[in-house]
Design a protein around this ligand. Structure first.
Ligand SMILES: *[C@@H]1O[C@H](CO)[C@@H](O)[C@H](O)[C@H]1NC(C)=O
Ligand SMILES: *[C@@H]1O[C@H](CO)[C@@H](O)[C@H](O)[C@H]1NC(C)=O
Ligand SMILES: *[C@@H]1O[C@H](CO)[C@@H](O)[C@H](O)[C@H]1NC(C)=O
Ligand SMILES: *[C@@H]1O[C@H](CO)[C@@H](O)[C@H](O)[C@H]1NC(C)=O
Ligand SMILES: *[C@@H]1O[C@H](CO)[C@@H](O)[C@H](O)[C@H]1NC(C)=O
Ligand SMILES: *[C@@H]1O[C@H](CO)[C@@H](O)[C@H](O)[C@H]1NC(C)=O
Ligand SMILES: *[C@@H]1O[C@H](CO)[C@@H](O)[C@H](O)[C@H]1NC(C)=O
Ligand SMILES: *[C@@H]1O[C@H](CO)[C@@H](O)[C@H](O)[C@H]1NC(C)=O
Ligand SMILES: *[C@@H]1O[C@H](CO)[C@@H](O)[C@H](O)[C@H]1NC(C)=O
Ligand SMILES: *[C@@H]1O[C@H](CO)[C@@H](O)[C@H](O)[C@H]1NC(C)=O
Ligand SMILES: *[C@@H]1O[C@H](CO)[C@@H](O)[C@H](O)[C@H]1NC(C)=O
Length: 750
């Protein structure tokens, strides 16, 4: 934030920024906004007001280097006033210009003039005659050596005069200020001015007794002793800022009309005795941050009956007694952050107040607070409680139960960085109106399922930087995320697995997440599993589809598919070897039947098969068919060409009758062979006589049409024949069918 910059830069920068903000507002912005006080205190380092640069400045040395070298952009400005300055609308800036000897004529609309790092050693009644209609004048590091008693008398419209980083003797400054006679003057700043001599008692403002000035800023000017008397001529002064003025002592007498007093960043070791002999009946805001105060009691504030805001952060406070604030009927805000006193003790009822609304009590982390559980008793109006950075590591539920018991109106609770490992159950039980809950930077890893159900007013929930690894649909009651306008769950060690984060991951991937979730998406990273470590949650594959494939299911799918593959493989193997297999099966059955047959009537026939073929086919038969029939199927086969002897016809008749089955191996030569024709007739005669299917026809080759005799024609059309085929499959097929035929029980032919 702009105003967080240390004050030395502030005056200069606000001078430059004058274009954008009204100067009177600048005063209020820089000093009066409580928010900014806090944030400024938050970044303020204690050594700052005593740093070397400011000491240099104080003794008139090199302090200006940084201001003169600023890289502030003046791109919107155009040269004006004899090329000595830059102008933009009603603002003129003349800076860092060694040619500068006088204030040139400027456009008539210029109301604000910033002279920065220029040489203006003598200021007299003619110095500003070219710019007499100014309302705001800033003289920053202008090397003033001498200021005449009527120096500013020409500037009758002046509302704000700011002099920074210049040196004066007390007398010269007094004379100089006497000439500021504008009836419109509201603000006078003597910022980081070096006064050669003691300020206190030098009556610098004595010439301004008629001045209407209301705001006095003397930040970073060495004052040492704050005495009300030094400012008493300024009858209309209401706001006084004495920050970083090395004040160690205070002198009070009479009544003060101040409404705001800043005494931050001084060297006060004791709380000023504001109310010992003085009264501050009108004071509304008192800022005592960044001093060395160890103690203050109720009586030390009791004259400040109008006090609304009180800030005493960055002090080594050791002790806060009961009812410290109970006598302040208007007090609504207390800042007591970052107190670094060891074992700061806060007694019970310390904050007893009927009006207190905002309490900022974050305590510096290194020292454990000894805070009474009953510290917040009797402050049931409290709406905002900031306990951030206080140490509550080892506290149990019961501690919070008592501490928060009465805070029924609380709207904003900050428990950031307190080391708590759980969300206190008392919060949803008591704080029905809670709107903002900040529990970031803690050790929270889980909370009860219905925790957020009753927190119906909750709008902002900050749980960043905890130990949350799992967020599921029951982490937040239904609709709670929708009703929040801001939610921060970033920088938690998320375990990016389906069980832990599916719901949350889906939520983050919705469009709404972009606006609602802070630090989205870069703050939402996985810590586990190691494969996803450091990956953004929205970049993980976690989704419904992905998570359906849980390991168990994928195991099932794997095994099923392996099974299927095996089945397909088996089937294809079976298919490939189907003939072998069927052959095998038939062989089994065949042996069985044959055995039966042997038992029943095996003795009736001398041969199992009478095989008829032509002379020309014998070799083929002997080579291709017979071995298998005889050796594998173990059949007794009669082939006339091999086994026949003697009279052929007799042999044929006798042996055919002695055979159970007849196989005719038909080919072209078979058709032409007379013996074969005879055997065929004989076989069919037996078929007729015995009325059983004893003939098996094998077609060794396609018969030429000329060779198809009537008998053959009849055989081939009526009977089922088995064709021979030389291919591997064909052979398998052939044998299969042959065995099938051989296998038929000798049923009577219909
Ligand atoms: C604090 O700041 C917030 C947001 O910037 C603002 O809404 C609120 O009014 C401020 N409070 C005070 C006291 O300035
Ligand atoms: C201002 O002047 C100083 C020396 O006089 C010089 O070092 C510096 O660069 C100047 N800065 C700008 C912004 O001109
Ligand atoms: C007024 O400005 C003019 C030119 O811009 C200059 O010559 C003159 O010296 C200035 N007067 C004073 C008193 O600085
Ligand atoms: C004002 O000061 C300037 C510069 O020192 C000088 O030239 C001029 O004469 C003085 N004017 C009066 C009226 O003293
Ligand atoms: C400036 O001041 C001198 C005395 O210091 C006076 O004589 C002179 O008249 C003044 N000039 C103007 C223009 O006021
Ligand atoms: C301070 O004032 C005294 C006289 O009062 C003088 O001797 C000394 O040089 C001055 N110092 C500075 C830095 O102006
Ligand atoms: C003094 O400061 C308060 C803010 O605390 C502001 O409201 C008031 O207007 C200021 N007074 C003047 C005269 O600017
Ligand atoms: C305070 O203001 C009153 C008028 O409002 C005035 O009479 C009185 O002198 C002032 N007191 C101081 C110390 O300025
Ligand atoms: C308060 O005032 C009395 C005189 O009235 C004085 O003796 C005492 O020291 C003062 N206390 C403080 C803390 O200044
Ligand atoms: C709280 O403060 C009020 C007003 O000063 C007082 O009456 C009451 O006794 C105090 N409560 C406790 C518990 O001290
Ligand atoms: C809570 O306190 C911490 C530390 O002081 C601060 O950074 C944070 O912004 C506060 N949270 C809210 C919501 O104001």
């Amino acid at each position: 934030m702009f105003y967080n910059i240390v004050l030395s830069v502030l005056i200069f920068d606000s001078a430059i920024r004058g274009v954008h903000s009204h100067p009177e507002q600048t005063f209020e912005k820089t000093r009066m906004t409580t928010n900014q006080t806090v944030s400024r205190n938050g970044v303020y380092s204690r050594g700052d007001s005593f740093d070397t640069e400011n000491l240099d400045t104080r003794f008139g040395h090199s302090g200006g280097k940084r201001r003169c070298k600023t890289k502030k952009s003046f791109s919107k400005y155009h040269p004006c006033g004899n090329q000595l300055c830059l102008c933009n609308r009603y603002v003129a800036v003349c800076r860092n210009n060694s040619l500068f000897e006088y204030i040139p004529k400027l456009p008539s609309n210029i109301r604000r003039l910033h002279l920065i790092c220029t040489a203006l050693p003598v200021i007299n009644n003619s110095t500003f005659s070219n710019v007499s209609s100014l309302t705001h004048l800033y003289l920053v590091e202008t090397h003033i050596r001498h200021c005449e008693p009527n120096a500013f008398s020409k500037l009758s419209k002046l509302q704000s005069l700011r002099i920074g980083y210049n040196k004066f003797t007390p007398d010269n400054l007094k004379r100089c200020l006497t000439s500021v006679t504008s009836r419109n003057l509201r603000t006078l700043a003597l910022y980081a001015v070096y006064i050669n001599g003691t300020f206190s008692g030098s009556k610098i403002f004595s010439g301004m007794s008629n001045s209407p000035v209301q705001n006095i800023i003397m930040d970073r000017t060495y004052i040492d002793t704050y005495s009300i008397d030094d400012f008493s001529p300024l009858k209309h002064m209401r706001n006084l800022s004495l920050q970083g003025c090395w004040i160690t002592a205070t002198v009070f007498e009479g009544t003060s009309n101040l409404t705001t007093l800043w005494l931050s960043e001084n060297a006060l070791v004791k709380f000023p005795p504001f109310c010992n002999q003085t009264t501050f009946p009108k004071i509304k805001e008192l800022f005592m941050d960044g001093n060395f105060i160890r103690y203050f009691g109720a009586f030390e504030l009791d004259c400040m009956t109008s006090l609304e805001r009180f800030s005493i952060s960055f002090n080594p406070l050791a002790y806060l007694e009961p009812n410290t604030f109970s006598g302040l009927p208007r007090l609504n805000t207390i800042f007591m952050r970052n107190n670094y006193g060891s074992s700061f003790r806060i007694r019970k009822h310390a904050f007893n107040s009927s009006r207190l609304i905002n309490l900022h009590l974050g305590i510096y982390e290194i020292h454990a607070p000894h805070m009474s559980q009953q510290a917040f008793n009797s402050c049931n109006k409290l709406e905002k409680l900031d306990l951030s950075m206080s140490r509550f590591e080892n506290k149990e539920e019961a501690y919070f139960d008592v501490m928060f018991a009465g805070l029924t109106n609380l709207k904003d609770l900050n428990l950031s960085g307190t080391g708590i490992g759980f969300l206190p159950a008392v919060i949803p039980r008591v704080m029905q109106h809670l709107e903002t809950l900040d529990v970031s930077h803690n050790q929270i890893s889980w909370w009860a399922t219905e925790y957020f159900r009753n927190l119906n007013s909750l709008k902002t929930l900050i749980m960043a930087s905890n130990q949350i690894d799992t967020i599921h649909r029951f982490s937040f009651s239904s609709g709670r995320i929708q009703s929040l306008s801001k939610i921060d769950l970033s920088y938690n060690p998320y375990s990016c697995s389906c069980e832990n984060l599916l719901w949350f991951s889906k939520l983050l991937k919705t469009k709404k997440a972009t606006n609602k979730f802070m630090n989205y998406p870069s703050g939402y990273l996985c810590s586990a599993p190691s494969a996803l470590e450091g990956k953004k949650v929205i970049d993980t594959p976690i989704s419904h589809r992905y998570c359906l494939l849980t390991p168990v299911i994928s195991l099932v799918i794997t095994s099923v598919s392996v099974g299927l593959l095996l089945l397909i493989f088996t089937l294809s193997m079976v298919y490939r070897h189907r003939w072998h297999l069927r052959y095998f099966v038939y062989m089994l059955r065949y042996y069985h039947i044959r055995f039966q047959r042997l038992v029943n009537d095996g003795c009736n026939y001398r041969y199992d098969i009478y095989l008829s073929c032509s002379e020309e086919d014998v070799d083929f038969i002997l080579e291709n068919i017979l071995p298998r029939l005889e050796h594998e199927l173990n059949l007794r086969v009669f082939i006339p060409q091999r086994d026949g002897i003697g009279n052929k016809i007799d042999g044929i008749i006798e042996n055919m009758d002695a055979s159970r089955r007849v196989i005719l191996c038909i080919s072209d030569t078979f058709a032409a062979d007379h013996y074969c024709e005879f055997e065929t007739s004989l076989a069919y005669e037996r078929v007729l006589n015995e009325r059983r299917d004893l003939v098996i026809v094998i077609l060794l080759e396609e018969i030429k049409v000329v060779n198809v005799t009537k008998t053959l024609h009849r055989i081939l059309t009526v009977d089922e024949y088995i064709p021979w085929d030389c291919s591997e499959q064909g052979v398998n097929m052939f044998w299969l069918r042959l065995i099938q035929h051989l296998d038929y029980t000798d049923e009577p032919r219909p």
